[in-house]
Design a protein around this ligand. Structure first.
Ligand code: PLP
Length: 448
């Protein structure tokens, strides 16, 4: 009973100097909860003593847990450049500066400054995309998933959309091509088999209710062996002959050729544009390296129709997206590719990665055992399935700790590593140059 009596009163408790800088409203709420918990524990005989200091610490911890931002910076040492779980692409610092100004001031988002009247939200990126890709027109929505949905809903609602069985893929667990197609109102017409689809399959599938021939990038899988798929070039030819639309969901669109010979299997947006497709869509934050967005480029009359679809209002992008994207595309136009983190990571030489790894190794040699290794990593984001690129990693050993124990220690300090062949690896392909010192500092603390 004495114990119950010694429980502090909330009003008095929160006056303690530990809580001086806390919001009084929030600390009152948290303290009430902690004190209630304490009272219950005493009544249920779970505890038979408590000290004031412990209660103060518990309350402060609970308070800090609430106000701590949930979204935090991490160091991506997985090697995967386009890592969807870690936020995909890093926005270039330059684009971000511009976006800061636009975000905190009024702007001409939907205002035509020359004519002094209502303008077009999507106009801001059209010119840039035209200059870059040679497209007639363009539109941007929330992400590429919405782009696919919008295109199909605009052109294939209650009409037949023809797609190869080999391309009915599931991407990232939440985007299943056949389901998205059905939801959009399109009547899915599957052609070919899992491993083989021919040009004549497209030709034979077309009837008077067919509106679109769709091609989907396989993204996260590839089939080996006896396979054949129809090139976009041929699909476009069949579509034009039959007066239907061709549409390619490119997934991760890249503007310039990929290194390491990957460009052979994965042509760039510019290469595909040479075939004069009706419609092409791709993500803004995969290999393009910008903000989350879905970009649709193609024929003017078709983009006009998309703009008239009511759905666009629900998928429309914010001024920040448009600003970041315009700035980003300008970097391509001005050939300032070094400003684009995704491309920078992709193109860093093995020698440079090795130098960075050695620097970290030298700083850590006294505290743990490290070894610089040649390795390989995926680019990620479904960009180049099964195709790895060379990289340099640092393997970490500490006392007799198991790999997953080390991995967890690092993760608790927001360093995301990967375990391969029983080794904890820090992969330098996805670590930023300016993060190296920070990485050394954290690791020195972890392994002290
Ligand atoms: C990634 C991907 C999508 C989804 O794009 P988001 O921008 O993530 O919405 C759609 N189709 C393909 C082929 C993809 O690779």
């Amino acid at each position: 009973m004495d114990l119950l009596k010694s429980i502090p009163k909330v009003d008095k408790f929160i006056k303690h100097k530990t809580f001086e800088s806390c919001s009084s409203k929030l600390i009152t709420k948290v303290a009430k909860e902690e004190i209630t918990k304490l009272r219950e524990d005493i009544l249920n005989k779970k505890i038979d003593s408590f000290c004031q200091e412990e209660l103060i610490n518990k309350t402060l911890k609970a308070y800090n847990q609430i106000i701590k931002p949930s979204l935090q910076k991490v160091i991506n040492a997985t090697g995967i450049i386009v890592h969807t779980n870690l936020g995909r692409s890093l926005i270039s610092k330059k684009s971000f500066e511009k976006a800061k100004e636009i975000a905190s001031s009024y702007n001409n988002l939907e205002y035509n400054l020359e004519e002094g009247k209502r303008g077009e939200r999507y106009s801001h990126i059209v010119k840039t995309l035209q200059s870059l890709t040679g497209c007639e027109d363009a539109i941007v929505v929330n992400n590429n998933a919405s782009a696919v949905f919008l295109v199909l809903n605009t052109f294939a609602k209650n009409k037949q959309a023809v797609v190869s069985r080999g391309e009915l893929v599931e991407i990232g667990g939440s985007f299943r091509v056949p389901e998205v197609m059905t939801q959009s109102g399109a009547i899915l017409k599957e052609i070919g088999t899992t491993n083989k689809t021919h040009k004549k399959d497209y030709e034979n599938a077309i009837n008077e209710n067919t509106s679109i021939l769709m091609k989907v990038h396989k993204s996260n899988y590839s089939i080996e062996g006896f396979t054949s798929e129809v090139d976009l070039k041929d699909i476009i030819e069949v579509a034009q002959k039959n007066n239907v639309i061709d549409y390619f969901d490119m997934g991760s669109g890249h503007m310039i050729d990929l290194p390491f010979g990957l460009d052979e299997k994965e042509p760039s947006i510019l290469k595909y544009m040479q075939y004069n497709p009706s419609l092409l869509s791709f993500s803004g934050d995969k290999l393009l390296g910008s903000v989350q967005a879905g970009i649709i480029i193609g024929k003017k009359e078709l983009i006009e129709k998309i703009k008239k679809n009511q759905l666009l209002r629900m998928l429309r992008v914010d001024k920040l997206t448009l600003c970041l994207l315009e700035e980003h595309l300008n970097l391509y136009l001005k050939n300032e590719l070094d400003e684009i983190p995704t491309l920078k990571m992709l193109h860093t030489s093995i020698k440079t990665l090795e130098e960075r790894a050695l620097k970290v190794k030298e700083s850590l040699d006294k505290v743990c055992t490290c070894e610089v290794l040649q390795s390989s990593t995926l680019i990620g984001g479904g960009t180049t399935p099964n195709k790895k690129i060379p990289t340099i990693a640092l393997s970490l050993k500490y006392k007799d700790f198991k790999p997953n124990k080390i991995e967890k220690l690092l993760r608790q300090r927001n360093i995301i590593s990967r375990i391969e062949n029983e080794k904890v690896l820090l992969d330098f392909r996805s670590i930023q140059e300016e993060e190296i010192q920070e990485l050394i500092n954290i690791l020195t603390e972890v392994f002290k």
